[in-house]
Every structure is written in structure tokens, then in C-alpha cells.
Design a protein around this ligand. Sequence first.
Ligand SMILES: *Cc1c(COP(=O)(O)O)cnc(C)c1O
Length: 222
Amino acid sequence: MSITKNLQSVQQNIPPHVRLVAVSKFHPNEAIEEAYKCGQRIFGESRVQELVQKESSLPKDIEWHFIGHLQTNKIKQIVPSVTMIHAIDSERLLSEINLHAQKANRTISCLLQIHIAKEETKFGFSFDDCREFIASNRWQKFENIEIAGLMGMATYTENKIQVRNEFKSLHLFFQELKTTQFKEKNYFCELSMGMSDDYQLAIEEGSTLVRIGSTIFGNRNY
Ligand SMILES: *Cc1c(COP(=O)(O)O)cnc(C)c1O
């Protein structure tokens, strides 16, 4: 199967209110160019150096999303080129991004990652820690950041009921914030959930951004 065919079939499975982040990490520029020719404009990367290199050599109308675990010492490098950062898991990270965004005179959309999986290996705020942070209103002082919504990764399991329930819990929490502290904030509108194996479920449970890699580009060579 070609990238073009894979991408077209994914696009057919995604309703118009959901946007596709084509996760191109570990794949070469040629793979991205093929997807670009099919109209794909949002690409997701999880390593800073890789994103920066690809951004400098590929078309300028690509929207780059950073979807990996971001280290504070690398923020500076991606700030000029990134449109959205998906996996914010601490106030400190948000605060550091704000500083660099300020220096670069940019506003960056950020998603707070919530730990919804039953796996220790995954990152993210707990519901309670996130609730507390949002209620503190400290995020309001980060003038060069827009908290555009939430992101989560479900447990890696065959159990579809569990995966669905994890997505459901994230959607509920999103609604909670949307109707309280973010009521007047129209930019708080994104729910990033769903990957190759579970994006259909995620869409049924309210996802607005799906992050799909291997179904489009094939297996990654780490
Ligand atoms: C790699 C990655 C994806 C894409 O995973 P696939 O299973 O290849 O679709 C999505 N989200 C995050 C955070 C990732 O790191």
C-alpha cells in the first residue's frame, strides 16, 4: 500500500469536524512530501531535532505539531516553527514555553496532557492536579500561550471497552473545563485523542484532533 492510498482511506474515515495530524516521526522527507501532495498540511513529530530539520527543508505552509515529551532545554529550538504543542504535563513546562514564546514574539497553542491510561509509562497531569492548576488561574498570566484543549493517550490494550471509557473520561473533563474556567475562551476547543489503533473510537468519543502515524506511513524504524 502506498502512502497516498493509506492517507486517502484514513481521510475517508474522518468526519469534517475532526482534523488529522499525520505523525511523520522517523519517516523521511519524501514520505511527508507524498502526503503533502495529497493535501495533508498538519504533521506531528516527537523529537525536537527532527522537527527542526524537516521544517527547514519542507514547504512553509506545513503546520508542525510537537506531540512528544518535551524537555525544557529544547523548547527554544522548536518555538519558531511549531504551531501546537500537544503534551504539556507540568506548569513549569508551560511557563518555560511562555518565556521563549515571549522572546520570539509568538503565541503558541498548547494542549494539557492528561494521564488517562492505566500505565505508569505514560505522562500527563492527573485529573485532580490539572483541575487544581486550572482553578488557580495561574495559567492566565502566560500571555504568549493559549491553552487550546486537552490531549490523552489510552492504554495499549485489546480491551475496547477500557479504551472507550478512558476517552470518555477525557471528554467529560474537557466539557467540565469548557463550561467553567474556559467558558469565555473560544480557543479552548481541541481534544487530541486517537492514534492508528484507536482513532475510530476516539472520534466516537469526541476527539477533534487524531494523531495517526503507522496507518499512513507504515512501521517506523527506530
Ligand atoms: C507516535 C505517536 C502517535 C502515532 O502513533 P501510531 O500508532 O503510529 O498512529 C500518536 N501520538 C503520539 C503522542 C505519538 O508519540
